[in-house]
Structure formats: C-alpha cells, structure tokens
Design a protein around this ligand. Sequence first.
Ligand SMILES: *[C@@H]1O[C@H](CO)[C@@H](O)[C@H](O)[C@H]1NC(C)=O
Ligand SMILES: *[C@@H]1O[C@H](CO)[C@@H](O)[C@H](O)[C@H]1NC(C)=O
Ligand SMILES: *[C@@H]1O[C@H](CO)[C@@H](O)[C@H](O)[C@H]1NC(C)=O
Length: 407
Amino acid sequence: MAVLWLVLLVGLSTLNLGVFIWAAIHHFLTAEIPSALKHPVKLRFLHCVVLYVIALGKIFEKMKICSMPRFIQFFQDLIIIKKNHNLVVTNMCFGTISVRLFQPKAVSSELRRGIIFYHGGGALCGSLDSYHNLCSFLAQQTDSVVLSVGYRKLPDHSHPCITKDCLNASIYFMKNLMTYGVDPSRVVACGESIGGGAVALVIQALLSFPSLPRIRAQVLITPVMQAVNFRLPSHQQNQNVPFLTNDILMIAVCKYMDIDFSWKDALLNGTYMPLDSWKKYSKWLSSDNIPRRFKSKSLLPEFSGPFNETAYLEIKHILDTEVSPLLVEDKIIAQLPQAFLVTCENDPLRDDALLYKKRLEDQGVPVTWYHVEDGFHGCIFLFDTHLFSFPCSIKIAKAVSSYIKGI
Ligand SMILES: *[C@@H]1O[C@H](CO)[C@@H](O)[C@H](O)[C@H]1NC(C)=O
Ligand SMILES: *[C@@H]1O[C@H](CO)[C@@H](O)[C@H](O)[C@H]1NC(C)=O
Ligand SMILES: *[C@@H]1O[C@H](CO)[C@@H](O)[C@H](O)[C@H]1NC(C)=O
C-alpha cells in the first residue's frame, strides 16, 4: 500500500513539474512583454502560473476528472478576503442569484450612493470572493453601498446567463433601494472586463423599464464590448501579452458562446460574416474608428478569406446585440448615462472601449476616459495583493473611486 502511495506521489509531482516546465517554455516562446510594463519578472512568473493552471485544467478535463473552468475557479478562491471593520458585508440571494452587499457601518443622515458591480473573469473565473477586496475598497473609499452580483458562469452555464443574472439582480436592487439606504438619483453601474460589457448591456436593457430609477453613471473597466471584430489594432498588437492572450480570449469566447473550438479561425478571420452584415457594422466596429496613434504595427486586414457559409450557420448567434453592446442603434446609445472608461494600452480589448467612447461621444453622452500606458488586461484584480500588485492596478482602483466620488 505504502509503495502504491509513493508511486502515486512521485507520479503526481513529476506531472506537476512537467506541466510547469511546459508552461514556462510556452511562456518564453510565445509571450511578449511590452517595454512599458512595470515589474516584467513578476508578470512573467504570474503568467507562467496562469498557463500552468490552465494546462493542468485541460489535462484534468481530458481525463474527465473535472472541467477546466472549475479547476481554475478552485485556485482563484484561495485568495485571501480582508475583513474591513468599517463595513457590514451581507451575503444574500435575489431569487436564485447570489449577491453580496457592502454597507458602510457609520451612520449617515443622508441616503448613500449605490454601486452595482459586475466582476470580470471571462465567464471562466471571477467570483464574489475574488472581487471582494475591490468591492470593499470601493465601498469604503466612496462611502457607497455596493452590490456585487455573483452571476452564473461556466462550466454549467453559458450565454446569456451573465447578462440575464446581472439584469435580474439589478432590477431587484433598483426596486428596493430604500431598503438599503441608497439614493435613487445616485446609482452607478460598474464592471470589469466581461462585467464591463454586462454594464453596457444592462443599462441598455434598463431603458425598457421607465418606472425604475435611472442609472446615473456607467463605469467600464477594460470592458468586452463586442465579439464581431477580433482584428482590431489592439487585438493584433497585444495578442501575446499576458494575461489575456489571444489563446485565452478565444477559449473564453468559444466556451461562453457554445462555439466549437474548430471555428476559431473563421471567427478570427471574420470569414463567417456575410458581407452585408459587415457593411452595416463597419461604421461602428472597423479600425477606421481607432485614432491613428493607436495603430503601431503594420496590421492585417480586418476580414480575410472568402465568406464561409457553414461557419456562418454555426456561429451566427455571435452577431446578436445581446452579445455585443456596440451593435445597438444610435438612438439607444443617445439615451445612455455619462461614462467613465478605463483602457489599458497593452490590452487586446483596448479598442473595444475606444469604439464605445466614440459611439457615446458621437451621440453627445459625456465620457471621461482614463488610459493607462503601463496597464494590461486584468491588472485591477491584483490591486491590493502587495507582492503581486502592479502600479497600474492601484492607479486604476484609485481613478475609479475618485470618479465615483464625483457622482
Ligand atoms: C429573473 O426575474 C424574473 C422576473 O422577476 C424571474 O421570473 C426569474 O426567475 C428570474 N431569474 C432568475 C435566474 O432568478
Ligand atoms: C486566417 O488568416 C490568416 C492570416 O491571414 C491565415 O494565415 C489563416 O490561414 C486564415 N485562416 C483561415 C481559416 O482562413
Ligand atoms: C469553413 O471553415 C471551416 C473551419 O475554419 C473549414 O474547415 C472549412 O473548410 C471552411 N469551408 C470553406 C468552404 O471554406
């Protein structure tokens, strides 16, 4: 028996070591670390860890032990939740959706500002726990009531679970603001990455609920705003920059949208898209809308290769306006509240936010734009981890809280 355990232990350690070495080699062969990024060694180390976890997850998925998203989720929840003595934190369910409420303890004679927060993680990871410290920080710094929404995600749920849950929880919250001591005229919707996309989708959907208080401001931190054009300059320039490399982006998009991975090339090349659809969308989504100074490298054309009808039939649901908030008509955009947009220079999703910025500005919606030259996708997640945080993480957290304080 002891021998069996020993063999198992040695086997597992060898597997672990092997996978880590593979991850490190893969990192050094593929990853690009732009010179503007601070602490490159730390970034490289963290990226190796991410690749290692994903690779192990894939192995376990192949062996039918546990799915890859669940494996990643197991790791992220090891994050340490800091107790903040100035806040009351309550876990609740709105219907079937778990939410977490952060309320300042100090007595206030007035109603407080409300922040509805949707976390990031590409539907693969991210949770109430992993964004707990950021929500605490926002509640404390801005003296607001924060509602963090624990929407459903992969592996059990796919599109449109995120928007559906975020909308549902937000409607419930907006109907009961008084219960939580929130001023109906000062509710901010805030989200990061896929949660930033959810902010845009939810506030568009809320326009059909005129009886509810209006959202006062939208705060989108490095949001996902479209899944139509994956050849924007930022996609091409940052396809190998940690943590959101093109591989990881495509895994998340295909899994969440229930698209078989074999359609990845058609999705990237845009060959699935009928010409008349692109004619319609290009005025909003083409890289012509991106200012010249953001186009550094020589770029591939946005769509290459002939139209592939089989691909279209398989993945046409990705052209839905409920996937890409950038695809709605101008008259909807014109009704949206003032916006704070955070972009990172070294983020493949940078141009999603730049396109949204242009659409809002073209319709007269006030936009405040915060661009971080040394930023990369996902950096805010690490904002208070001391050893693992980056100057850009802290800058973004502070910029967001100071914008919200002005609402
Ligand atoms: C969302 O809200 C509707 C109506 O309020 C309700 O019927 C539905 O069950 C809710 N969905 C979830 C997932 O809670
Ligand atoms: C997609 O485009 C790239 C570059 O233009 C090309 O190398 C690749 O073969 C294309 N793939 C498909 C499926 O058309
Ligand atoms: C359509 O795309 C798929 C996947 O990229 C490819 O295997 C197939 O050959 C393409 N069909 C045509 C007609 O180009």
